[in-house]
Design a protein around this ligand. Structure first.
Ligand code: CTP
Ligand code: MG
Length: 240
């Protein structure tokens, strides 16, 4: 069996401006459980998981620790059989800053790093497993992706269409994104201004492998997304 050398960084430090709730997005309830709690539950069975770093809003670190405990992650609770350690750290002004804060908190034993958006709170365990498997098989970077259903157009500053890429070769990319630790650290050593971590690896000229994502890994961004996520939960409960 592969050793427990996977470190998971869950970025949850955003404010959730587009969702517009009274609390930061990670603490907005979905079927009575905070978004961060769902994200943690989905990650529990991740193969080889050794540690989790939750990157939270600086004024909400105590609440983040409480959510970790409720999700069954707590290093000081012996009723939890997990050997998985959990650390909560404060995030930064941008998502890239928050990922960097999470990376800095990982212990030396971690060899495979997963970076996951708390906002993709219903990502099924199978997606985590596929990403870890791909990195263990030798990919420096592996990301989940799903086929694009809309026709995508590239436009110029005036809004005029300059091109229509072939939809068949496009993928909408999700998280968790998985990396050999050394690759991700090299990628983050440069400027961290990309919308995802794989983008930084691409800039190094290193390959990034896409594995199958899942529609349930949607990013909760707006109230409509929250409704959609609630419907996934209801459908899952009915099918269980
Ligand atoms: N994130 C973070 N630190 C930031 C910004 C974002 O940890 N400074 C995290 C969010 O908590 C989220 C993920 O990155 O889990 C994706 O970001 P997004 O969906 O944009 O969340 P928010 O930035 O919170 O939302 P908004 O852009 O609507 O304010
Ligand atoms: Mg944002």
């Amino acid at each position: 069996m592969a050793s427990a050398d996977v470190g998971l960084v869950i970025v949850a430090a955003g404010s959730g401006t587009r969702l517009g709730a009274e609390v930061p997005k990670a603490f907005v309830p979905l079927a009575g459980v905070p978004i961060l709690g769902h994200a943690l539950r989905g990650a529990r069975s991740c193969p080889g998981l050794a540690e989790v770093v939750v990157v939270g809003p600086s004024r909400w670190l105590g609440q983040a620790e409480e959510v970790c405990r409720s999700a069954g992650f707590a290093s000081d609770d012996e009723s939890v059989s997990d050997a998985v350690s959990v650390t909560v750290v404060a995030g930064g002004a941008t998502r890239g800053d928050s990922v960097a804060a999470g990376l800095a908190a990982l212990s030396d034993a971690v060899r495979v790093v997963l970076v996951h958006d708390a906002a993709r709170c219903l990502t099924p365990p199978a997606v985590f497993a596929r990403v870890v498997k791909a990195v263990r098989a030798g990919a420096g970077a592996a990301v989940p992706g799903v086929p694009v259903v809309d026709t995508i157009k590239q436009v110029d500053a005036a809004g005029l269409v300059v091109g229509t890429p072939d939809r068949a070769v496009l993928r909408a990319i999700q998280t968790p994104q998985g990396f050999a630790r050394a690759v991700l650290e090299r990628a983050h050593a440069g400027s961290p201004d990309a919308t995802d971590d794989a983008g930084l690896v691409e800039r190094l000229g290193e390959p990034v492998l896409v594995v199958a994502g899942d529609e349930r890994a949607l990013k909760v961004t707006t109230c409509d997304d929250l409704d959609r996520a609630a419907r996934f939960l209801t459908a899952g409960a009915a099918g269980a």
